[in-house]
Design a protein around this ligand. Sequence first.
Ligand code: C5P
Length: 234
Amino acid sequence: MRNPIIAALDVPTAEQALKLVEQLAPAVGAFKVGGELFTAAGPDIVKKIRATGASVFLDLKFHDIPNTVAKAVAAAVRLDVQMLTIHASGGLEMMQTAEKSAQETAQKLNLPAPLVLGVTVLTSFNSDTLAEVGCTANVGVQVERLANLAVKAGLRGLVCSPLEIADLREFLPSHIQLVTPGIRTGAEKADDQKRALTPREAIAAGANWLVIGRPIYAAQNPRAAAEKILESIF
Ligand code: C5P
């Protein structure tokens, strides 16, 4: 089985990110570039990581009118990323257009199409924060609704909280890839991830990919931390 660990490069500079890539590359399956690093270091950081041969998950959570999202997705495909995120709450048409753009742009460039992942409800939301923005469903119902909409739009993957994996696996088609953050080994000190699973538990529940940030990059020896996590899974 391939390495399911996606190391989140939640650092503010290209130098720090590239140092982590160099240390971690053989021990992880991909690197996640999120809003902080991309805004600070630009598309160049993605090109540099890709130039090492490592896979990139571009986590910019696009949410805009379909035409704009399609163009942003096409730009991400031109950077040759392997995964990217869009908000499922952007609606059916936005998701369909994003998936189509990924497929068509990749085909033109003779590249494999990246996995376009739908983000359902952010884990920072609860029923109260959903109500603030006019959604009266509880979190579980809204996650299910958006997951079904993403599948209907033709997406092939979703980002979900570890505690949603088992429920989603009950009704999602089995080819849908689930990517989950909120992974803790139990060895690190408590932080803001309140609803976490261990790597092994998350894979057993049906996750395909684990996004792991601080337990790796904030460890004294990030490479050793990643290797230990990998060993704990298999
Ligand atoms: O450091 P930690 O392992 O908590 O990092 C998790 C990564 O996953 C971060 O990049 C964070 O932005 C992302 N993430 C998350 N919870 C979500 C979605 C994404 O922690 N619901």
